[in-house]
Design a protein around this ligand. Structure first.
Ligand SMILES: [Zn+2]
Ligand SMILES: [Zn+2]
Length: 150
């Protein structure tokens, strides 16, 4: 499942989105995508119509430093999201659908209002799984604790 993400080689390149890894005649394909909204709408359409999507770097953008600079950080982040695959069925875009609060206080362990974990869900098989915070933070500063610092 990591091969998908590895192929994207972030950050810095334009992105190509299409329905399958192997392009076949008649398939829609978009190249040089540099912003998140475009990427998301294309990916959503492909998933709705074809049940799959594939994202990879745009070789033309790699050859062109100006184009590379134009690629927004949010697009790169969203593409990384698309690259998350469902551990059950392998579909791409195992996306964040919610968060769970309750990050424990570093001093007393009281669950704070801060985000404890991310909830990911699969659009294909409805599998849901909790994932750690992207920043790896496992405890909250006592100043945000309702028990230590009410
Ligand atoms: Zn799935
Ligand atoms: Zn505390």
């Amino acid at each position: 499942m990591n091969a998908f993400a590895e192929r994207m080689k972030f950050p810095g390149h334009g992105l190509v989105v299409r329905a399958k890894e192997k392009w076949s005649a008649g398939d829609a394909m978009r190249k040089g995508i540099v912003d998140r909204d475009a990427l998301q709408s294309i990916a959503e359409r492909l998933i709705a119509n074809r049940g799959s999507c594939w994202v990879e770097t745009d070789m033309r953008a790699m050859m062109n430093p100006t184009r590379m600079k134009a690629i927004g950080e949010t697009a790169v982040r969203f593409a990384a999201e698309l690259g998350e695959t469902c551990p059950v069925c392998g579909a791409c875009w195992f996306r964040i659908i919610g968060t769970r609060s309750g990050l424990p206080c570093a001093l007393c362990g009281w669950p704070t209002e801060s985000i404890r974990s991310m909830e990911r869900g699969c659009w294909n098989c409805s599998h849901v799984q909790y994932a750690p915070r992207p920043d790896g933070k496992q405890a909250e500063d006592p100043q945000h604790c309702g028990y230590c610092n009410p």
